[in-house]
Design a protein around this ligand. Sequence first.
Ligand SMILES: *[C@@H]1O[C@H](CO)[C@@H](O)[C@H](O)[C@H]1NC(C)=O
Ligand SMILES: *[C@@H]1O[C@H](CO)[C@@H](O)[C@H](O)[C@H]1NC(C)=O
Ligand SMILES: *[C@@H]1O[C@H](CO)[C@@H](O)[C@H](O)[C@H]1NC(C)=O
Ligand SMILES: *[C@@H]1O[C@H](CO)[C@@H](O)[C@H](O)[C@H]1NC(C)=O
Ligand SMILES: *[C@@H]1O[C@H](CO)[C@@H](O)[C@H](O)[C@H]1NC(C)=O
Ligand SMILES: *[C@@H]1O[C@H](CO)[C@@H](O)[C@H](O)[C@H]1NC(C)=O
Length: 312
Amino acid sequence: MRAFAILASLVPAALAATYSLTDDYVGPNFLTGFTHQAIADPTNGRVNYVNQTTALAQNLTYVSSDTIIMRADDTTVLSASGPGRNSVRIQSVKTYTTHVAVFDIRHMPQGCATWPAAWETGPNWPDSGEVDIVEGVNDESPNASTLHTSPNCTMPSGIVQSGTPVYTNCDATVNGNSGCGVRAPTTNSYGPTFNANGGGWYAMERTNTYIKVWFWPRNSATVPSDVSTSGSASVNTSNWGEPYAYFPNTDCDLASHFAANNIIINLTLCGDWAGAVFNSDGCSGNCVTYVNENPSDFTNAYWNIAAVRVYE
Ligand SMILES: *[C@@H]1O[C@H](CO)[C@@H](O)[C@H](O)[C@H]1NC(C)=O
Ligand SMILES: *[C@@H]1O[C@H](CO)[C@@H](O)[C@H](O)[C@H]1NC(C)=O
Ligand SMILES: *[C@@H]1O[C@H](CO)[C@@H](O)[C@H](O)[C@H]1NC(C)=O
Ligand SMILES: *[C@@H]1O[C@H](CO)[C@@H](O)[C@H](O)[C@H]1NC(C)=O
Ligand SMILES: *[C@@H]1O[C@H](CO)[C@@H](O)[C@H](O)[C@H]1NC(C)=O
Ligand SMILES: *[C@@H]1O[C@H](CO)[C@@H](O)[C@H](O)[C@H]1NC(C)=O
């Protein structure tokens, strides 16, 4: 029985649930439901995060009734001794514990040096946990969904999921803070291929028993109607099929490793990850110099997001 119980726990169970829409972030709602964080980039990127007033004035953040666009500046040649390229990082005012977040994304930042992420975290990192829902660098893999936690949180082998695990120890203090990540199974989940296809939907479900991430490309035949229907009042994750990333609580007490988290959407350039693998990802020269001198190469370094919907 015990062996059966352990095996069963590695298979995404259909025990989940129906959740109701609590926050429907669309267009102008992003300007009140999220804060623009004009902070120093904790990952040492070649960016200068601007506040909401500046972002709107410079049209780095633009909203219409059904769209938010957030981009890096693509017109200014930077002085090597001055601040980095203007960019945007937004954080939800509200925090969430057990919930489902659906990201309807039309376009994500692409190009050499870009390091975009849509993710969740809380205070006193990594004690509140971190869930990277979609993240990648320089248009390349590993584009992955990853947990970063305090010690004593690992993922077992044999998990049933459509993605490919990278590391299994989620502890942010080991493996150079690689976390426990799962690579998306399809090429259209990230970067230029994602954008050429019109983007798609990422969804993350967090409970105290598991965290799951799904991705459906635009025009997917299998996207659930409660995901693809704009403003759907509720979602039933039991009908969503196998997630590509499944993080069970078998060897990680999720309840004590994850606190209330904010949703964050950011775009940094170079920095600890994108800068370190700039050349091995096929980009030439020095990442910081490239960012300084080639503003027009950042024309496609923008998010176009139709909605972020949170269900609790
Ligand atoms: C951007 O998001 C990623 C999430 O994966 C995070 O690790 C990184 O610290 C963030 N960078 C900034 C500057 O916000
Ligand atoms: C926004 O940033 C600009 C440029 O740094 C600064 O002049 C302005 O006072 C800031 N506005 C707010 C509301 O913080
Ligand atoms: C601001 O950006 C939006 C979206 O890219 C664009 O449609 C609009 O024309 C821009 N506005 C200005 C004043 O450049
Ligand atoms: C994203 O990751 C998948 C799986 O590793 C890979 O097949 C795909 O090529 C990656 N996408 C990009 C744009 O690198
Ligand atoms: C959610 O979907 C499952 C599986 O189809 C179904 O058994 C359950 O009744 C649904 N829950 C609700 C509240 O509709
Ligand atoms: C590690 O977590 C397990 C639960 O997953 C718990 O039983 C154990 O006490 C924890 N160990 C430490 C040192 O906190």
